[in-house]
Design a protein around this ligand. Sequence first.
Ligand code: NAP
Length: 337
Amino acid sequence: MPDNRQWILVKKPAGLATEEHLELVTRPTGEPGPGEVLIEQFCLSLDPGQNFYMQSSAETGGGTMTIGDVVRGWGVGRVVASKSERFPVGCYVRDRFGFAGMQDYAMLPETSLYPVDPGLAPLPAQIGVLGMPGLTAYFGIIEIGKPQAGETVVVSGAAGAVGSAAGQLAKIVGARTVGIAGGPDKCRFVVEELGLDVCIDYRAADFEAQLAAVCPDGIDLYFDNVAGKILDDCLALMAYRGRVVFCGSVAEASTVGEWDGLRNYGAVLFNSLQWEGLSIHNYYDRFDEAYLALEGWFSEGKLRHREDVIDGLENFIPAFHRLFRGANFGKLVLKIR
Ligand SMILES: NC(=O)c1ccc[n+]([C@@H]2O[C@H](COP(=O)([O-])OP(=O)(O)OC[C@H]3O[C@@H](n4cnc5c(N)ncnc54)[C@H](OP(=O)(O)O)[C@@H]3O)[C@@H](O)[C@H]2O)c1
């Protein structure tokens, strides 16, 4: 059995995880037990939420990693040893729950796997628009947000992995779609490639005025990937009985809690808003429904995608940091084989 390079957590980060908190070690892979498979991973999904997994603890809530654990995350690869009839050697799989980890090889039970058809889409897209980010958009838009045709849907992080899928799903159901992204190139991509109606650059000096101008009847649904000031600006524009799907807080990502306060929180009361936190971990038993729906739209050419691929497991830390300064353009993927 081959050796396995693994990124492990050696110290809980107070903010963004750096070299101080992580170590690349080499360990043996071992043999699969009954119902298990050994996967040689090709691509790893880099997600802002991994920092939350590393930071959180029993005290803060959501603690899923302790010292010595392999850094949690999603991956896609090929089965190289198997004690599963469903997933024999040679087939391609991705993991459902983010336990493949930042490592060359992952040993997972067959119940954690989803079959991958490499002919449907390149492997980076299988962990992007067709993987966990696509799922997140599906449950946030289709299940929680439920936009109606003609409603105005605003999506922040609109050029990113989750946001690009969320904006397109809102478009598919007939909503008027407004993206928010950082910089003119990403805004152009959101409109010209993803097909959203308009996209506003949040770095522009007159961002609030531009956003208000494109939402003259208010925002019916805000899909929030970032929290912080952009959330505050959107709250001020919410329509009566509008909905906010709280998906992520990448603008606040360097802390677990202790975030800056909101000025426009009163809108929740005055405009009778619904505000729901989204966690894909609440939908484990419905993942297949989402995967099939995403694959259907993808096959029909209705879901565009873009990946930002960085080479080398050893480059995990600098690659991961790109997410928190907007340096990634599309779904950030670490290609390790
Ligand atoms: N709730 C769930 O179950 C769940 C599941 C998956 C992901 N998420 C969350 O979804 C969000 C998006 O994740 P992703 O994987 O799709 O990442 P991503 O959007 O592909 O990458 C992160 C992007 O965030 C933007 N950003 C970074 N710092 C920012 C800031 N200070 N203000 C505004 N935007 C900033 C940057 O885009 P710009 O260049 O446009 O600024 C950056 O490219 C994250 O918050 C993540 O934690 C939640």
